[in-house]
Ligand binder design. Sequence first.
Ligand code: 6PG
Length: 235
Amino acid sequence: MSEEIEWWEYEDVAEMAEAVAGDIQFIVESAIEARGGAVIALAGGKTPVPIYARLARAKLDWKRVTIIPGDERIVPLGDPLSNVTMIGKTFLPAGARVMPIVPQAIADYKAAGRSADALMQDLHWPLDLCLLGVGGDGHTASIFPGPDFDEALNGPKERRMLGVLPDPLPADAPVPRVTLSRAAIVGAASVMIAVTGTAKRKVLEAAIKQGPSSTYPIGRVLADTELPVDIHWAP
Ligand code: 6PG
């Protein structure tokens, strides 16, 4: 297990959004100062929406900021399930470069993963930041139990994205996905997790305790890494 997991607790979601947006702003500013640009992966799902609303108002040189979704549901752009559509709504008006990783719905999810992985070669690595969410079932990004679980966790280090068919399909978005691999996530310069609610907190605590044999994907991602990880939590 990572020795450097730090929990940050807030009164409410608004306070968490303010703090996490501030941390991301600092990371992005530092990267721009250091090398003229920043590349960050942002979580999909609903939890980070208030964080993004707050972050998009930050005074940043947004044209130097490339944003990718850390995972994507394989649906057409504009679909309510599309993570990049949600992220783009907030950050495109600010002037950021928001990159779809699945430009069109490809029936073959493995091919979609290979195409996303090829796109990644045009970006600066490692990521300056990977912001993760966690599902109630313990998945993170789109690392789910199923036929691609082992590849997502233990595939070749140079594979940054891959196609995933969750088994079972999650009820709230029952579609195949493309996701960052564990190697790409834990290779990031900063990793942050933002979650809300007691149920997810319990899942995360159990996952961290279980370590490398965790039944939860987030436990497997965080296990055996020296990576400092900030977990931001609000009720
Ligand atoms: C996705 C996400 C995923 C998300 C969790 C939590 O596309 O499914 O990126 O990993 O972070 O499912 O989602 P909520 O914030 O909506 O609970």
